[in-house]
Design a protein around this ligand. Sequence first.
Ligand code: DAH
Length: 340
Amino acid sequence: MSQDLEATLAEAKQKILACESAHALKDIERIYVGKKGVVAGLLAKIPGLPAAQRRDAGKTANQLKQAVLQAVTARQGELASSEIEAQRSGAGFDATLPPGRTVRGSLHPITQVTRELEDLFQSMGYQVLDGPEVELDYYNFEALNIPANHPARDSHDTFFCEGDGHLVMRTHTSPVQVRAMERLEPPYRIVVPGKCFRQETTDASHDHTFHQMEGLVVDKDISVAHLIGAMKTLLRGIFGRDLEVRLRPGYFPFVEPGFELDARCPFCDSGCSVCKRTTWIELLPCGLVHPNVLRAGGLDPDEWGGFAFGLGLSRLVMLRHGIDDVRHLLGCDLRFLEQF
Ligand code: DAH
């Protein structure tokens, strides 16, 4: 190596040894062996040298590079071990400092309501069941007395999965009714909280993904009175007091008779914006399980009966917290979520 280069190397080593941080070391490394560094400059001059000198020039430039890299690696090791040493000896550790602030998360309002209702229903002897979100057309429609070409399919704007058309993103939690009938020995009571999907144009009251809680009771001699009793208990659990209820006829192919159940507005006595000045709020659709659904689940409708309901959890959360746009619920905006 020429004297010039010896001097350059000596200077580089000195600077490397003086580095007190990995960051400073990186800067020095860049100055010598970086893309536009000293070594790169030497290599760039080679094509202009007389042919006889080129080989040696290339060799010495490489030697310089290797020597610098070696010194950098050695210094890296020294810095790392002195850091560990400092940690071990407790230098820089002050036991009297307050701990760093830990940010506490909270449960999503839908999770909160789901868990509360699961507790409530479990206390009434219901089991909590789960079902697939990608569902067979059979369970989502057919087994629920909605055959292909049935007009009720129109109201379920369905996402169909690629393939032979037998798989859909479930449009409601009702398919778990028949799955449960196939698995459980009656009598039983179940609730099924979960996500549902519809191909909706989203707006303040519609989202493509929303949450429902299905309820199903199968037993002997079930009547509308049992349904009303269960719904009153549900209302007491949600709003903390007894609320008057009323049934209006509603059509759902999997129940007969089918109803819309309204409850007295829990927020006012004489009409407010929540109940649209009617003093009634729509709580949920429900009804007595249709004999065809019982048959699809392998039950004899002459022996067994049941009631079912489909509670809109997203809507319930909106009611409870006065949320005016359903899209906030799954929007992942921390400013919204941090309020719960
Ligand atoms: N699955 C229905 C829907 O999402 C809601 C529903 C209506 C569920 C009546 C029920 C019921 O269990 O009895 O449109």
